[in-house]
Ligand binder design. Structure first.
Ligand code: FMN
Length: 261
């Protein structure tokens, strides 16, 4: 795994991890994660915090068997009642997820499988902020065996581990002709977004390519039924798209444009 260091590699091998080894995240690994987190918080205007060794936050999900040994998490904290910040949270916290993936760690976004009140006790949330969501982080179960898997094996696990909407569904607002004529960077962006996590795997984001000005746009699909977490999932999908497409930048918001560079 070690020679695979690019963010696109992380996208190609990441899956939601629900079972972890009962082994702490050591200080050195925590420091490395913090070094990723701090500049991201500055860029994102968020306050994402790494909290270690608080299994009580996941007591119910661990006891039911839905999760195993979940104990550490990223607390995704940002400004209250701010839709754009919720989208940024998806975008930038997923960037931390990909960094953790490259370090051989497992991750799981959680909206339901945690005790939010308990989680809030172990992080800073000011009166102007709220705790949006968390991402469980830890050593995947049997992590030594996991780390000895080849990159190709991990890609195959990612490819086969869950159903995905098709490329055509992800570009449902485009005609067959427009889809055919779209540039390779757009296709690579959509393919990376197809591998993104989303609440209950609803995959609520579609993409279009506009040949007239060579831009892409991302849209929330209201039919996907992801009204609670659509903005977060929009941010996650945009990050994956951007990494898949190579150079370029998004404007925030539903319908926001991507300019490829
Ligand atoms: C915002 C959000 C909330 C999620 N909440 C939960 C959760 O509470 N419990 C859970 O087991 N998985 C949760 N997931 C994980 C999704 O079920 C998972 O990402 C999706 O099924 C796609 O699978 P993948 O991540 O392996 O690609 C959540 C994902 C996102 C993005």
């Amino acid at each position: 795994m070690a020679e695979h260091t690019q963010l696109i590699d992380a996208i190609n091998i990441r899956t939601a991890v629900r079972a972890y080894d009962n082994e702490p995240i050591d200080d050195d690994t925590a420091r490395q994660l913090e070094m990723t987190l701090q500049p991201i918080n500055l860029l994102a205007d968020l306050d994402i915090q790494l909290v270690r060794d608080q299994p009580k936050v996941f007591a119910e999900a661990n006891a039911s068997g839905h999760l195993t040994n979940a104990a550490n998490y990223l607390a995704i904290v940002g400004p209250k009642d701010d839709d754009e910040a919720k989208e940024r949270a998806g975008f930038y916290a997923e960037r931390v997820v990909l960094a953790a993936t490259l370090r051989g760690l497992g991750t799981l976004w959680v909206a339901g499988s945690w005790d939010r009140a308990e989680a809030a006790k172990h992080c800073r949330v000011t009166g102007a902020q709220e705790l949006y969501l968390a991402v469980v982080v830890g050593h995947p179960k049997d992590h030594l065996a996991y780390q000895s898997k080849s990159y190709d094996e991990l890609c195959e696990i990612q490819r086969a581990h869950r159903p995905s909407k098709s490329y055509e569904q992800f570009t449902a607002l485009m005609s067959d002709e427009a889809r055919e004529a779209a540039p390779a960077w757009f296709k690579a962006g959509v393919e990376a977004a197809m591998k993104a996590p989303s609440a209950m795997n609803r995959q609520p984001v579609t993409f279009t390519y506009n040949a007239a000005d060579d831009t892409a746009a991302a849209h929330i699909d209201p039919a996907a039924g992801d009204e609670h977490w659509a903005l977060n999932d929009l941010g996650i999908a945009k990050l994956h798209f951007q990494i898949g497409a190579g150079q370029g930048q998004w404007a925030w918001g539903d319908g926001g444009l991507f300019i490829h560079k």
